[in-house]
Design a protein around this ligand. Structure first.
Ligand code: BV8
Length: 236
């Protein structure tokens, strides 16, 4: 049985990390164009580095919550092939025990050269102005900003996982950002879809797929364990 978890910022909300939208989010505090676009980086790289340095230290101080841990534990159940496709750049899925994991938008814990994108480095702390790659260019966060292409290989791997999923569990995402959000539309007709989010499900799905959609209108820490219990029972 193939189970795919497709997650967004909401799954990390109960670990104390801010979401982007929906009031008191990161985009209420910062302008997207200043900190999450190549134009913003060109205009004021220090502001961008400070934005991601702060999020990295917040993430390092945070702990995986019951939803991350439930997914990590579920992945140990040999009856299921469990994969996680996340839009998040935090490392709480890894720390919660998830292994088969794709970070569509990159990671807070990687830096990248600004002249050779193949030069990627694992980092634990701040990236500063003056930190250079092996070819002498300023390092930037290895994160996909608005207007930047996602890694083609990651997208196609994520799409393949979703098309072969028997269960797709969407957790904590407004499904507003493409092409990531579009991936959830590639489920096979018989795939059971769960949406774990206290907010509304606003994405258009054709009626033939909508019949297989269950909306668990709860926070991730109670909703995700509930869905995992239901999938386990249904597969007995
Ligand atoms: C692209 C970086 C091709 C990492 C992010 C004009 C020019 C170029 C592109 C575009 C354009 N116009 C539109 C686009 C496409 C654009 C896009 O989709 N824009 C949207 C906003 C309309 N996409 C792109 O630019 C992408 N690239 O298209 O390239 C291209 C290239 C050149 C020219 C043309 C095209 C790149 C997109 C990636 C952008 N990077 N972030 C970071 O800083 O973290 S996106 C950002 O939003 C995050 O990465 C995040 O992953 C993503 C989605 O947000 P969510 O995770 O869903 O979070 P959100 O706050 O929205 O929702 C939280 C949810 O949690 C809510 O539903 C809430 O109810 C719920 N919740 C809250 N608490 C809980 C909870 N759920 C459960 N439990 C709780 N306790």
């Amino acid at each position: 049985m193939n189970v795919v978890f497709f997650t967004g910022a909401g799954i990390s909300a109960e670990s104390g990390l801010k979401t982007f939208r929906g009031g008191n989010g990161l985009w209420d505090e910062y302008k997207i164009e200043d900190v999450c676009t190549p134009q913003g980086w060109k205009k004021n790289p220090k502001l961008v580095l400070d934005f991601y340095n702060k999020r990295r230290s917040d993430c390092s101080a945070a702990k995986p919550n019951a939803a991350h841990i439930a997914i990590g534990d579920f992945a140990k159940n040999k009856k299921f092939k469990v994969s996680v496709v996340t839009q998040n750049v935090d490392n709480l899925h890894e720390r919660g025990g998830a292994s088969n994991l794709i970070h569509l938008h990159g990671s807070l814990y990687e830096s990248k050269s600004t002249i050779d994108p193949s030069l990627i480095y694992t980092i634990e702390s701040d990236i500063k102005i003056g930190d250079k790659c092996s070819k002498g260019s300023q390092l930037r966060p290895n994160i996909v900003w608005f207007g930047e292409m996602l890694d083609e290989e990651k997208i196609s791997k994520a799409e393949k996982l979703v098309t072969t999923a028997d269960y797709l569990v969407i957790v904590g995402t407004s499904l507003e950002v493409y092409p990531a959000a579009g991936i959830v539309k590639s489920t096979k007709e018989t795939c059971q879809i769960y949406y774990v989010d206290p907010g509304e499900f606003t994405m258009y799905l054709p009626a033939v797929k909508r019949v297989f959609l269950t909306h668990i209108k709860e926070p991730a820490t109670t909703g995700v364990p509930k869905v995992i219990d239901e999938i386990t029972e249904l597969s007995e």
